[in-house]
Design a protein around this ligand. Structure first.
Ligand code: MN
Ligand code: MN
Length: 465
């Protein structure tokens, strides 16, 4: 073999190398990634809204011997506990070999995704068709939510305290719903509008029926027929919608994408594609050095407010309970803790290359993406991880044999966004964003690469070990 030139040697020693994982990983690793993603797809199909993500995760946690956390209890290394926050957010924790006074390792992701929520008074009839009025939840491009099959998920809390869990449209034999759009033949006015105005928010109404109540002379006979059906089938009256959380979400299941099956197309990758890997890493770690604290948060897509969002104190309160059990102060625990805020980033899309900066964006199949900062404009409204936190992250990744990359959320001044990172770091916790690159983020059908999902799991494994 010819000897390497000086230039080749220097490049090898001094420059960064990033390679596509479908080429780099061994057959064995690729098979493991495939297998990991089978579990992930099942998670996706069973967890389309935050409540379902909590219920499904609780099942996995209990099967792995997690018990409900007792603030007055005392725990030893290796003990596994959980806290269920209102069925909409959850904390899972494994007690570490070191005391919490030396800090804990926090992994956070969110389990809510953009969707159409029913309004409190949703039911109406127009033109002998019955509809549910919706208010969209999270950042959506409204036109993407028309003319696709939608399922209805959520709960109705009745006055008597009983709760009805709703899931209609997932079983092959279930009916589905949709938001209609104008035919192109008559859309000349609509098509002239900017895309952001082509579909108005108030027109995102869910078509739910068209059959009239027979042998009746009254008004709105389709609406009353639907009301009759809702009462007979589910024992709910119109008033019960006042105390309900019902969400219209895409009715399709997670599918392998591409002839090579290297990707997954599904609703809600943001952020279940990080939630599932961090949950698996939490469950699989039996004897961590530092106590692990894994959180699934709600409300990220609308700003993290409310008791189940990361702007609430439920994480800090939990760590305070741990601190008290071990006879130390929560603020001292937090100051020594580290957090991986596991959320997605925008993957480079060759069809829309103009919004990315090629040297600093993330790519599918290049592994878990570490995002130093998100925000918009001049790094406004974000957690900008310290150089030391980035160095800590590099060490974890490299020592764990994790393939990773860095990513910015788009070109400078192209737009922006945020994650829960700033709501953890506000408690004086060193935090960085890390997760899976996603194509078509926030669309009803988002795309990720399987190798990246698996690398996110390995990254969290390395962090928790
Ligand atoms: Mn997200
Ligand atoms: Mn999002």
């Amino acid at each position: 073999m010819a000897e390497k030139t000086k230039g080749e040697q220097l490049r090898e020693e001094l420059l960064m190398k990033r390679r596509n994982l479908t080429e780099v990983l061994s057959e064995d690793e690729l098979a493991k990634a495939q297998q990991f993603c089978e579990g992930y797809k099942t998670f996706l199909d069973n967890a389309k809204i935050e409540r379902e993500a909590v219920t499904y995760s609780l099942g996995l946690l209990k099967a792995a011997n997690y018990t409900e956390f007792d603030p007055k209890g005392s725990y030893k290394p290796g003990d596994k506990v959980y806290v269920n926050n209102r069925g909409k957010a959850i904390i899972a924790c494994t007690i570490g070999r070191k005391p919490v006074s030396e800090g804990v390792r926090i992994g956070v992701s969110h389990i809510d995704s953009p969707r159409l929520d029913l309004k409190p008074c949703p039911l109406f009839e127009e033109g002998e068709q019955a509809f549910f009025r919706t208010h969209y939840y999270g950042g959506i491009k409204k036109y993407q939510w028309t003319t696709i099959p939608l399922a209805l998920h959520g709960v109705v809390a009745r006055r008597d305290g009983s709760t009805l869990t709703v899931s209609i449209g997932e079983d092959e034999s279930d009916p589905v719903f949709c938001v209609n759009d104008l035919l192109p033949h008559l859309a000349q006015d609509q098509m002239k509008k900017p895309m952001s105005q082509g579909i108005e928010g108030e027109k995102l109404c869910l078509l739910i029926g068209s059959a009239m109540l027979r042998d009746d002379k009254g008004e709105e006979r389709v609406k009353i027929a639907i009301a009759k059906l809702l009462f007979e089938k589910y024992n709910i009256r119109e008033e019960d919608f006042l105390s309900a959380e019902l969400c219209a979400v895409p009715a399709f299941k997670a599918r392998d994408l591409g002839l090579d099956r290297s990707m997954i197309g599904a609703y809600g990758h943001d952020d279940r594609v990080c939630a599932y890997p961090i949950l698996m890493a939490e469950i699989d770690e039996k004897s961590p050095e530092y106590t692990t604290v894994t959180i699934f948060a709600d409300k990220e897509e609308i700003g993290s407010d409310g008791p189940t969002g990361m702007n609430s104190f439920f994480l800090k309160d939990f760590i305070e309970d741990l601190a008290q059990q071990q006879g130390c102060e929560v603020r001292h625990v937090l100051a020594k803790s580290h957090c991986f805020s596991a959320d997605v980033n925008a993957a480079y899309d060759p069809m829309y290359a103009e919004v990315s900066e090629r040297r600093n964006c993330s790519y599918i199949n290049y592994g878990v993406v570490v995002t130093k900062y998100t925000g918009h404009g001049g790094k406004s409204s974000t957690n900008d991880a310290t150089a030391e936190m980035m160095a800590f992250t590099r060490r974890i990744m490299d020592e764990g044999g994790v393939h990773w990359q860095t990513g910015e959320l788009g070109r400078v001044d192209q737009g922006g966004g945020g994650t829960v990172a700033k709501y953890v770091s506000q408690h004086n916790v060193d935090t960085v964003d890390l997760g899976v690159p996603v194509l078509s983020m926030h669309a009803p059908f988002e795309v990720v690469a399987k190798t990246d999902v698996y690398m996110t799991y390995l990254a969290m494994r390395a962090f928790y070990r």
